[in-house]
Design a binder for this molecule. Structure first.
Ligand SMILES: [Zn+2]
Length: 423
C-alpha cells in the first residue's frame, strides 16, 4: 500500500474523529471541557501506539479547578535516531455567536462538508494531522526520529495556558523537536511562514471636572483625546501606510503596519439600557482609548511604542494642560520562518508531489501559537499548514471540507516520509 491510499482508506475514521472533537464544546472563554477532549485524544493516540502525557498548565491565566488548562502531548519514537516532527493544534474554540443554521456542536456532515464550531479552526486540521501520523506509522515499521502530536489550550486567548506553557517546560526545545507544523486553516496549497506582531496599549487623557455650563472652569479630557486622534489621522496613519512588508501577509491590506482603535470612553459612565434618567452636566476629567497596533518583522517594538509616545509628548509640549498616561496591555513579537528552512522546503515539495501545484507562501495578519515556539522555544523551523479557509473561522456555519482534510493529510504524510525515512 502507499501512504496516500492508506489515508484515503481512513476517510470515515477522519470524519468520525473530527465529529467527535466538534461534539466536545471546548469553549474559550471559559475554557470548558479541555480535559474531555484531551482524554479523547489520549485514548485514541494511546491505542495507536503513542506515549501520551496530559499536562495541566497550572497557574496560567484562566486556570482553575473548575476550568483547568489541560494539554495533551503524544510521542511515537522511531526505530532509529533522527529528527522529531511535531504537529500542534489548539483544541479550544471561540464563542458560537448568532446566525447558525446548523447545530454548532453537532458535527453534521453534508456532502463534502463537516459543520460545527471549530470544524476548520482547527479540529479538522488536528484530525488530519492525527490520521497522517497514524497512517505513517502503520505504513512504515521502521523510521528515524519521532513524531509528536500535541493538542493545546487557549490559543484563542493568547496560548499562555497551552503552547507557551509547554514551551516554558521545554517541550519545544530544539534539542527535542526539530520541525513544527501547526495545521491552522490556511488552505491545503499554502504555506504560512509566520505572523505580524501586536502591541496593545491604553491611553488616558486627563482633565478637570466642572459644571458643563462653564466648561472654561474645568478641562475637557475628551477634547484632549480629540487632539490625540487628530494626530493619529494626520501623522501616524499616513506614516504606517508607507511601511510595506516583505512578509507575504494576506489579505493585502494587512501587508503594512496597521492600527485599530478598539475602544473609546470619556465622561460619565454609560448606564444600563433600561436606565431612563437624564445625564448630568459635567466636564469629563478622563478619556481612555485602547489601541491595537500590528507591526512587521521590519519594525522594532521600541520604535512602534516610541512613535506613539513621541506623538503624545509633542502634544504635551504644544497643547495647554495636556496630560496623559499610557499603560501597555500586551505585546506579541512578529515571527517569520525563512523560506529555506527545512520544514518549509519539505512541505513545499510534498504539496507539489501530492497536489501537483506549486504552493504559495502567506503570513497571517494576526498571531497564532508560532510566536511561543519561536520566542520561548527558540525553534525557528515552524510553519502553519492545514486544511480549511481562514475566512470561515469564528463565523456562523463554520465548516471544513473532507476532501481538503484528506489532501492535506496526504501532504503531511508525504512530509513525514521525506523527513523521517532514510534517504
Ligand atoms: Zn486557530
Amino acid at each position: 500500500m502507499t501512504l496516500g491510499t492508506r489515508i484515503d482508506g481512513a476517510r470515515d475514521d477522519l470524519v468520525a474523529l473530527t465529529q467527535d472533537m466538534i461534539r466536545i464544546p471546548t469553549l474559550n472563554p471559559p475554557g470548558a471541557h479541555y480535559r474531555d477532549i484531551c482524554d479523547l485524544l489520549a485514548r485514541r493516540l494511546g491505542r495507536s501506539g503513542f506515549d501520551v502525557e496530559l499536562v495541566r498548565a497550572t497557574g496560567t491565566p484562566g486556570d482553575s479547578d473548575r476550568y483547568p488548562r489541560w494539554n495533551v502531548v503524544a510521542r511515537y519514537a522511531g526505530t532509529d535516531p533522527g529528527d522529531c516532527v511535531h504537529f500542534n493544534g489548539h483544541h479550544d474554540v471561540v464563542d458560537v455567536g448568532l446566525g447558525w443554521t446548523r447545530s454548532p456542536f453537532g458535527g453534521d456532515v453534508e456532502g463534502d462538508r463537516i459543520y460545527g464550531r471549530g470544524a476548520c479552526d482547527m479540529k479538522g486540521g488536528l484530525a488530519a494531522a492525527i490520521i497522517a501520523a497514524e497512517a505513517f506509522v502503520a505504513e512504515h515499521n521502521t523510521f528515524c526520529g519521532a513524531i509528536e502530536i500535541s493538542a493545546t489550550a487557549d490559543e484563542e486567548s493568547g496560548g499562555y495556558g497551552g503552547v507557551a506553557y509547554l514551551a516554558e517546560q521545554g517541550y519545544f526545545d530544539p534539542a527535542r523537536v526539530q520541525h513544527v507544523i501547526i495545521p491552522e486553516p490556511l488552505n491545503k496549497d499554502r504555506i504560512c511562514l509566520g505572523h505580524r506582531g501586536g502591541w496593545w496599549a491604553e491611553i488616558e487623557t486627563k482633565g478637570e471636572i466642572a459644571h458643563g455650563s462653564m466648561p472654561f472652569l474645568g478641562d475637557c479630557a475628551v477634547r484632549h483625546m480629540g487632539a490625540v486622534l487628530d494626530a493619529f489621522e494626520t501623522e501616524l496613519y499616513p506614516a504606517m501606510a508607507q511601511r510595506r512588508t516583505e512578509m507575504p501577509v494576506v489579505p493585502d491590506g494587512a501587508r503594512q503596519s496597521t492600527m485599530n482603535i478598539n475602544a473609546i470612553h470619556g465622561g460619565q459612565p454609560e448606564q444600563p439600557p433600561d436606565y431612563d434618567g437624564l445625564p448630568t452636566h459635567c466636564v469629563p476629567d478622563s478619556c481612555r482609548i485602547v489601541i491595537d497596533r500590528r507591526f512587521l518583522v521590519e519594525e522594532r517594538l521600541d520604535d512602534v511604542r516610541g512613535e506613539v509616545v513621541a506623538l503624545l509628548e509633542r502634544l504635551r509640549m504644544s497643547r495647554d494642560r495636556f496630560a496623559y498616561e499610557m499603560r501597555e496591555l500586551n505585546v506579541v513579537l512578529p515571527s517569520m520562518t525563512d523560506k529555506t528552512a527545512p520544514v518549509v522546503e519539505t512541505i513545499h515539495a510534498a504539496i507539489e508531489d501530492v497536489l501537483g501545484v506549486a504552493p504559495t507562501y502567506v503570513a497571517s495578519p494576526g498571531s497564532y501559537d508560532q510566536k511561543h515556539i519561536d520566542r520561548i522555544g527558540k525553534l525557528r523551523n515552524c510553519i502553519a499548514y492545514g486544511p480549511g479557509a481562514l475566512e470561515l473561522a469564528h463565523k456562523p456555519d463554520e465548516w471544513v471540507g473532507i476532501t481538503d482534510m484528506l489532501d492535506s493529510a496526504k501532504v503531511m504524510g508525504a512530509a513525514l516520509e521525506r523527513l523521517l525515512l532514510p534517504s
